[in-house]
Write a protein that binds this ligand. Structure first.
Ligand code: UD1
Ligand code: CA
Length: 421
């Protein structure tokens, strides 16, 4: 699928309402720019080489895009219709279906897009508009129907008070047959309150020309959120987080207080693990079964936590592998570390993993005991069953062999009692 679909992502607008120097589409949602979300869905659907219309803050957006898409530059930005006119320069001869997706409609799911595509292809409509029903439709374009038939889209600013009561809104995602789209784009005029070329004006023109238009209300209100302001961005975080947490709950994870917990998409957590409040878990983290995480834990990308581990309060973990049944219950930073099964990490243990140039590794074996306030200046190796004393400073390159005990600053082997004088 996807062979005859050309996608165009609209990402040139300034995002005036964000009141920010950062282009809107580069604001992040769980560590990924807004623009990344539609790009990822298209990739999953096998729709290759989308065109991305960039404009405001183009240098930063182009740098971010790298080779992920075909960029076109819209300057100045005269509206969504104008943006598609610019994109058309790349695909003027294309005769399949054009999927248009505004980058600020970040939360639309793959399943929803796929349903709209299937139905568009099956029905052979000229245009398929992805719509949504909203209790509070303020700010969105409204779907105009006459006797059930879609005849146009009206922008909020240009709507009569009667039209404003319409609760079916335009998500801004459409599938168009290429030719009628390109033909009507030539005819739109900036005759509206914003003095912009509206893409939405192609709809009534297509209707007048006898084209068949359908609006499919497949988008749930929560996925049809346009990110236009900082408040919308925070709302999007809340929606995505809630959805992610619900998914984990259905798999048997206990999230004590979902509103106080942040879990990025693409995290895996095993059953009967308990996530305590004020925990923040980044993308790609894997947590096993029967673990206790938090309160106040930050588990960053690149981390794997195996079954029955306890990661307690004020513990940060990044790019580390934490073995089965490891305890790190309080005030610890483990970066670029591997910790073996059954090891106890005392309160205040810190890995000094970064020397200003490189990130260095800390390896701790099984059933080791790291004393309170141990400082591990990586690279450091600690063998199975080894121990460190409270406040030990293991300097760079230290190797503690299996069963050895290191104490002091700089840390050195603890002499057996008998040999002391
Ligand atoms: C648009 C739709 C509206 C719909 C809403 C859904 C139009 C005229 N209105 O309104 O019906 O309900 O989206 O979210 O299309 N952009 C460009 N170039 C431009 C202007 C905008 O690339 O010249 C991009 C923006 O970066 C953004 C997208 O197009 O990603 C939508 O623009 P925006 O100004 O946010 O439109 P809305 O007012 O939200
Ligand atoms: Ca918008």
């Amino acid at each position: 699928m996807g062979g005859r679909i050309q996608a165009i992502i609209l990402a040139a607008g300034r995002g005036t309402r964000m009141k920010s120097e950062v282009p809107k589409v580069l604001h992040t949602l769980f560590d990924r720019p807004l623009l990344d979300y539609p790009l990822a869905v298209l990739k999953q659907l096998g729709i290759r080489r989308p065109i991305v219309v960039v404009g405001w803050g183009k240098d930063k957006v182009l740098e971010y895009l790298d080779h992920q898409a075909v960029p076109v530059i819209q300057s100045p930005q005269l509206g969504t219709g104008h943006a598609v006119q610019i994109a058309k320069r790349k695909i003027g001869h294309f005769r399949g279906d054009v999927l248009i997706w505004p980058a600020d409609m970040t939360l639309i799911r793959k399943e929803t897009i796929n349903q709209a595509i299937q139905e568009h292809v099956r029905s052979e409509a000229t245009v398929t508009i992805l719509s949504s029903f909203m209790v509070h439709p303020t700010g969105y374009g409204r779907i105009l129907r006459r006797g059930g038939r879609v005849v146009g889209v009206r922008e909020e600013l240009d709507a009569t008070s009667e039209e404003r009561r319409i609760q079916e809104v335009n998500t801004g995602v459409y599938l168009f047959k290429a030719k009628p789209l390109f033909d009507t784009l030539k005819k739109i005029q900036p005759k509206n309150r914003k003095k912009e070329y509206y893409l939405t004006d192609t709809i009534h023109l297509i209707d007048e020309a006898g084209g068949r238009i359908q609006a499919l209300p497949y988008a749930l209100p929560e996925e049809a959120l346009g990110v236009n302001s900082q408040a919308d961005l925070a709302h999007a975080v809340r929606i995505l987080n809630r959805k992610t947490i619900q998914k984990h709950q259905m798999e048997g994870v206990t999230v004590v207080s979902p509103e106080q917990t942040f879990i990025a998409p693409d995290v895996r957590i095993g059953r009967d693990t308990v996530i305590h409040p004020w925990t923040y878990i980044e993308r790609g983290v894997r947590i096993g079964k029967n673990c206790q995480i938090g309160p106040f834990a930050k588990i960053r990308s690149g981390s794997v936590i195996e079954d029955k581990a306890i990661i307690g309060s004020f513990v940060e973990i990044v790019r580390s592998k934490i073995g089965k049944g490891v305890f790190a219950k309080h005030l610890t930073y483990l970066g670029d570390a591997a910790v073996g099964e059954g090891t106890n990490i005392g309160a205040g243990t810190i890995t000094a993993n970064y020397d200003g140039k490189n990130k260095n590794k800390t390896r701790i074996g099984k059933k080791a005991f790291i004393g309170v306030d141990t400082l591990l200046v990586a690279p450091v190796q600690i063998g199975d069953g080894a121990k460190t004393g409270a406040g030990a400073v293991l300097t760079r390159g230290t190797k503690v062999k299996k069963g050895e005990i290191f104490v002091g600053v700089p840390a050195h082997p603890l002499k057996p009692k008998g040999r002391r004088r």
